[in-house]
Design a protein around this ligand. Structure first.
Ligand code: PMP
Length: 415
């Protein structure tokens, strides 16, 4: 969306959200504006609200914690809230999936977990370069931005960023092959001075890059290439993780086990900031103090994160119900895209998108949807994709209603 509807004089220009409403309330998949207008929220905090707004599942334990007199801020000290989260994460998430990771709290946000992953990969391997993909998005701090494949975002750093190379994403994610032959040849060509990378970082679904989903076979090929060449595989599951693709981790379907996993956004469930870097136990090489920070022990976020896991991931009932909603979303997206010329469906799981040949249409559709009570974002290199991230807890009725609004917006703007 290009129109800037509302910015306070004291506020910066750099935000991209331009919805004019001031949002005063939120519940589940709905946000309410000051004038009483209700909006279905299929943006969900860019994937930070997979369980919806103000879910009672977290609100009750959160309020109880806040009133209990327990520690709110504790850096990396021990607290019962942190212990409970770590125990729950291990017993409900890691163990059932046969995953053996150490858990680090690298700082509050997604970019902090990516920074930690990149630093650790470099320190562990003693190598400098990280390979990443065109159109990737990994965050806004210097390291994360250096592996981000979006020149507009990189411009924010002012000068060119070093230490990473981009592999073209399109041929592989949308193409037929999964053999990585050309990359293999480059990696084996030590005679021409090609630096072996420390790691390859990948999103299994590029969110900001236009809802491009990697095929399972492609991911297996990438994991195998990393294994053969002793390169660490980092999966950035900041946006695609926590159930968004239909399983807790987005790489489960491919059956791969990354060396390092980045989680944030929906891990706290409540929208409170929390980030996790998971890594193989052998990678636990930082000495005390080598990678620390103030906000790495958000106890209220631990409380809500524990409640989220207990409620949604203790058995497979949530996942089964989610599978039905994913089918509904995907089949309706197919029909909506079919109705507009030059449009196509993108995504995997509850991570949906419609791509338009004429990039301007996507922004116009999002604006039209907003006028009719639906919040959706655009993404992609030219903002040519309408991106849909409904909360995973959305009801079927809400999902249908939101998609009705989207279908009408597509019909009005791109008949
Ligand atoms: N990685 C991915 C895949 C993301 O989508 C994002 C945020 N959109 C980030 C990292 C950065 O997270 P944050 O904005 O919390 O720093």
């Amino acid at each position: 969306m290009t129109e800037i509807y509302y910015t306070l004089e004291s506020e910066v220009r750099s935000y991209s959200r331009s919805w004019p409403a001031e949002f005063v309330k939120a519940s589940g998949a709905t946000q309410t504006a000051a004038d009483g207008t209700e909006y279905l929220d299929f943006f969900a905090g860019a994937g930070a609200l997979n369980y919806g707004h103000n879910n009672p599942v977290f609100m009750e334990p959160l309020i109880a914690y806040l009133q209990s007199g327990q520690v709110l801020h504790s850096m990396d000290m021990k607290t019962p809230a942190k212990r409970k989260f770590l125990e729950t994460f291990k017993s409900r998430i890691l163990d059932p999936r046969g995953l053996n990771y150490k858990v680090m709290f690298p700082g509050p946000t997604g970019t902090n977990t990516v920074e930690a992953a990149l630093k650790l990969a470099r320190k562990y391997t003693g190598r400098q370069h990280i390979l990443s993909f065109t159109n990737a998005f990994h965050g806004m701090t210097l390291g994360s931005l250096s592996v981000t494949g979006n020149s507009m975002k990189r411009e924010g750093a002012g000068i060119p960023l070093t230490n990473s190379s981009k592999i073209p994403y399109d041929d592989y994610f949308d193409g037929e092959t999964a053999d990585f032959l050309w990359l293999e040849r480059v990696l084996e060509d030590s005679g021409s001075g090609v630096d072996k990378p420390a790691a390859i970082i990948v999103e299994t679904v590029q969110g900001e890059g236009g809802v491009r989903a990697a095929r399972a076979e492609w991911l297996r090929g990438l994991a195998e290439l990393c294994r053969r060449h002793d390169i660490l595989l980092i999966v950035d599951d900041v946006q695609a993780g926590c159930g968004r693709t239909g399983t807790f981790f987005s790489f489960e379907e491919a059956g791969i086990v990354p060396d390092i996993v980045c989680l944030s956004k929906s891990i706290s469930g409540s929208g409170l900031p929390l980030a996790l870097t998971l890594f193989r136990p052998e990678l636990d090489i930082w000495s005390p103090g080598e990678h620390n920070g103030t906000f790495r022990g958000n106890n209220p976020a631990f409380v809500t994160a524990t409640a989220a896991i207990e409620e949604f991931w203790a058995d497979d009932s949530f996942q089964q119900e989610l599978a039905g909603k994913i089918e509904l979303l995907q089949s309706r997206l197919e029909r909506i895209a079919f109705s507009a010329s030059g449009a196509g469906v993108r995504g995997r799981g509850m991570f949906g998108g419609i791509i338009f040949e004429d990039a301007e249409l996507a922004g116009k559709i999002a604006a039209e949807a907003y006028r009719n009570g639906l919040l959706v974002e655009t993404s992609g290199p030219k903002d040519e994709v309408v991106k849909l991230l409904p909360p995973l807890t959305v009801t079927r009725e809400e999902l249908d209603r939101g998609l009705d609004i989207l279908a009408a917006a597509v019909a009005a703007v791109a008949p």
